[in-house]
Write a protein that binds this ligand. Structure first.
Ligand SMILES: [Ca+2]
Ligand SMILES: [Ca+2]
Ligand SMILES: [Ca+2]
Length: 199
């Protein structure tokens, strides 16, 4: 009985394994453009505990230049996730390089849900959002002065930025196999009770 319960727990834990993923912006590396919702770089699904970090660029000397950058991701549960955009300020609050980003969060139809200018370190951006269930989101990275998130616009020429999406607090909606495991555990428990009662 104990062995059976432990096996079920281990299997359930494996299904909910946490992951931290580090990626690069494709456009910055000379790959596909990410200047629209349709061409947003797909970061995949973020499950409970997942943190995805993207290193991107916004500078006239690199591919994509100072165009807007869009990313796309899905969550499969309910709860708050946090978007944090760092422009690697060496002197928080007074960036001598003039880096001042905006971050925007959009729903699957491209409707703006949230927007931030300076809630992060110095002039950097941070926002959190509550996912009410499995959903698709878009994140836009642009510069100060471009609240409409137009393709070209806003404060520009920061060499690099780091965008992190922290889904640590997303509670998963149980998937069919999880229900199946719970069912197996319950069947095992009831069977053990019956055997005990029969003795
Ligand atoms: Ca870029
Ligand atoms: Ca771009
Ligand atoms: Ca800002």
């Amino acid at each position: 009985m104990l062995k059976f319960t432990l096996t079920s727990l281990m299997l359930a834990a494996a299904l909910n394994a946490n992951a931290s993923v580090d990626l690069f912006e494709d456009e910055m590396g000379g790959g596909s453009s990410n200047d629209s919702f349709a061409t947003a770089q797909n970061l995949g699904n973020l499950a409970l505990g997942d943190v995805t970090n993207v290193l991107g660029g916004r500078h006239e000397d690199i591919p994509g230049g100072n165009t807007i950058d869009f990313y796309k991701f899905t969550v499969n549960g309910t709860g708050n996730f946090v978007l944090n955009l760092l422009t690697l300020n060496s002197d928080p609050g007074q960036d001598q390089y003039g880096r001042d980003p905006y971050i925007g969060l959009f729903d699957s139809h491209g409707v703006k849900l949230a927007f931030d200018d300076d809630a992060g370190i110095g002039y950097d951006s941070q926002l959190s959002h509550h996912a009410t269930g499995p959903s698709t989101f878009y994140v836009g990275v642009t510069g100060y002065g471009n609240p409409s998130f137009a393709v070209n616009g806003g404060n520009a020429n920061w060499p690099l930025y780091a965008l992190s999406i922290d889904a640590t607090n997303i509670a998963p909606v149980p998937e069919p196999e999880t229900y199946a495991l719970m069912g197996m555990g319950l069947v095992g428990l009831l069977a053990a009770r019956r055997r005990k009662a029969a003795k």
